[in-house]
Design a protein around this ligand. Structure first.
Ligand SMILES: NC(=O)c1ccc[n+]([C@@H]2O[C@H](COP(=O)([O-])OP(=O)(O)OC[C@H]3O[C@@H](n4cnc5c(N)ncnc54)[C@H](O)[C@@H]3O)[C@@H](O)[C@H]2O)c1
Ligand SMILES: O=C(O)C1=N[C@H](C(=O)O)CCC1
Length: 225
């Protein structure tokens, strides 16, 4: 698979290393410094673009890749309120977009477990809260993963879930869902030990998206609920 990396920071570089080990070819490495010099024709040399940049750059980047007619896998967080408009554009362009606030398989199973736990406790007097901790370079808060987790649990419990964010050096990503009643507290946690799960998931999504049209996320790839 020929891959263009759009955003070449911590995630772009990690994906580059794993893709090369897997025998894929990284044909373009684009970051803030060379973005304006890259042409649509160059983008079209890739089978798929993997985008991990910044919240304020993601939407323009997705539109640019769509205009090139190349499938795009997006890991950047902090832009998802614009997904409905982008979905319309993907459909109109007969394009392909795969987005996920978190590409790790563990987190996506964790979302399912959170849904099941919340459903089992519904009506039993429990109130949910979420805490997330990430590295100090992260520009958005709350994390995209925490927002997705809140959405999943809110669907079941029907009340808004407060999220507390912490920033500490070198933390790849920790999320805790807490369900508290006057009697006891249940906690469901996910701790990433490195960025490997995010990078492997993004590569799996790229391989999966290549021959498809439309808008997808990890539920589609993994078949989770
Ligand atoms: N979905 C997931 O599984 C997942 C996992 C990790 C990180 N992320 C998200 O991915 C994004 C990137 O994370 P990171 O840790 O690699 O960040 P980073 O700061 O290390 O790297 C960002 C890169 O984007 C580049 N960039 C900035 N503006 C750009 C533009 N207009 N066009 C192209 N590139 C541009 C920068 O030059 C840099 O190379 C963040 O939003 C983060 O929250 C998502
Ligand atoms: O390092 C980051 O930034 C991460 N961003 C995603 C999020 O916002 O949830 C996924 C975890 C790592």
């Amino acid at each position: 698979m020929k891959i263009a990396l759009l955003g070449y920071g911590k995630m772009g570089r990690y994906i580059d290393r794993l893709a090369t080990e897997d025998g894929d070819e990284v044909v373009l490495r684009i970051d803030a410094d060379n973005r304006d010099t890259v042409t649509v024709a160059q983008l079209q040399t890739a089978d798929v673009v993997i985008e991990f940049s910044r919240p304020d750059a993601a939407v323009a980047n997705i539109e640019w890749v769509l205009s090139a007619g190349v499938p795009v896998v997006v890991g950047t967080t902090g832009w998802l309120e614009q997904l409905p408009q982008l979905t319309e554009r993907v459909t109109a362009a007969n394009g392909a977009l795969f987005w996920a606030s978190n590409f790790s398989i563990g987190v996506n199973i964790y979302f399912s477990a959170a849904r099941q736990l919340a459903a089992a406790l519904r009506g039993q007097g429990y109130t949910a809260t979420i805490e997330e901790t990430h590295h100090t370079e992260k520009v958005d808060a709350p994390s995209g993963t925490a927002l997705t987790l809140a959405e999943v649990v809110e669907e079941v419990l029907g009340h808004r879930i407060p999220i507390t964010s912490h920033r500490e050096p070198d933390v790849p990503g920790t999320h805790v869902l807490r369900l508290r009643s006057p009697i006891d507290t249940l906690e469901l946690a996910h701790t990433a030990h490195s960025r490997e799960g995010f990078a492997r998931g993004a590569l799996a999504a790229a391989r999966w998206l290549r021959e498809r049209k439309g808008v997808y996320t990890m539920r589609d790839l993994l078949g989770t609920d």
